[in-house]
Design a protein around this ligand. Structure first.
Ligand code: GLP
Length: 236
């Protein structure tokens, strides 16, 4: 595991963007695993800038996002598909048909989960998976549990996650109670993982993640076992 201490959020964002840009430059046909939340916003902005300057080419990239709220259509402003369009896809030369986010409104959620797993397998797995960290140690929407879920699955969101994410909605009652998330197995099979963590409120969960017991109670703790994990943190 490589741990990079960033000076602040801006520094973290630039460093994360540089790592993603290097991945794209080294392998233009990369499969990028992408994340939502506030943390990657700055890194996406830098990637957009690089692409606009003609220094980065997304034309051969395929992306798979980690998760989506159940019940939100892609055009809902709080859906993760909408987030990705707004922060990245609409502003770079990615082929939108090669961008993938689980469908939150699938009539058959289990079938959607299998489709997503098959998709990741058919793409040959993920080259670089970007991750944020939830306050309760979740990655994607893999909440604390009694076991590590392997594949894409539906998950009921924890109270702390509903509270944390209510800042994006008018009230907590509007936050969807469940989501579809890529499993820990798919995340762990990514060739490289880049975990970005920002804010003093994440300091303690980051310590548990990196140095604590490896337990599904802290889902991100399994990343200690990943052979190519880079962490960029700005939590002090
Ligand atoms: C959400 C997302 C996660 C994200 C987490 C942290 O619950 N599903 O993928 O990492 O929030 O978000 P933030 O970066 O806003 O703290």
């Amino acid at each position: 595991m490589r741990i990079i201490k960033a000076k602040d959020y801006e520094d973290l964002s630039l460093k994360a963007a540089n790592i993603i840009a290097a991945q794209i430059t080294l392998k233009p046909q990369s499969v990028l695993g992408l994340a939502t939340g506030s943390t990657p916003v700055g890194a996406y902005a830098h990637l957009v800038e690089l692409c606009k300057k003609g220094e980065l080419d997304f034309s051969e990239i395929t992306s798979v996002n980690l998760d989506e709220y159940v019940g939100l259509k892609g055009d809902h402003p709080q859906s993760y598909r909408y987030f990705m369009n707004e922060h990245l896809f609409n502003h770079v030369n990615i082929d939108v048909s090669k961008t993938n986010v689980p469908c939150g409104t699938a009539a058959d959620v289990d079938a959607e989960c299998s489709r997503y797993d098959n998709l990741i397998t058919s793409l040959g797995g993920i080259d670089l998976q970007l991750l944020g960290l939830g306050l309760d140690g979740h990655i994607g929407f893999n909440e604390p549990a009694s076991y590590f879920a392997k594949g894409t699955h539906r998950v009921e969101l924890d109270k702390s996650t509903l509270e944390a994410n209510s800042r994006f909605f008018t009230s907590i009652d509007e936050v969807p109670k469940s989501a579809v998330t890529m499993g820990i197995g798919s995340i762990m099979q990514a060739k490289k993982v880049l975990l970005i963590v920002s804010g003093a409120n994440k300091k303690s969960i980051l310590e548990k993640t990196l140095y604590g017991e490896i337990t599904p109670e802290v889902p991100a703790s399994i990343l200690q076992l990943h052979p190519d994990l880079t962490v960029i943190e700005a939590v002090d």
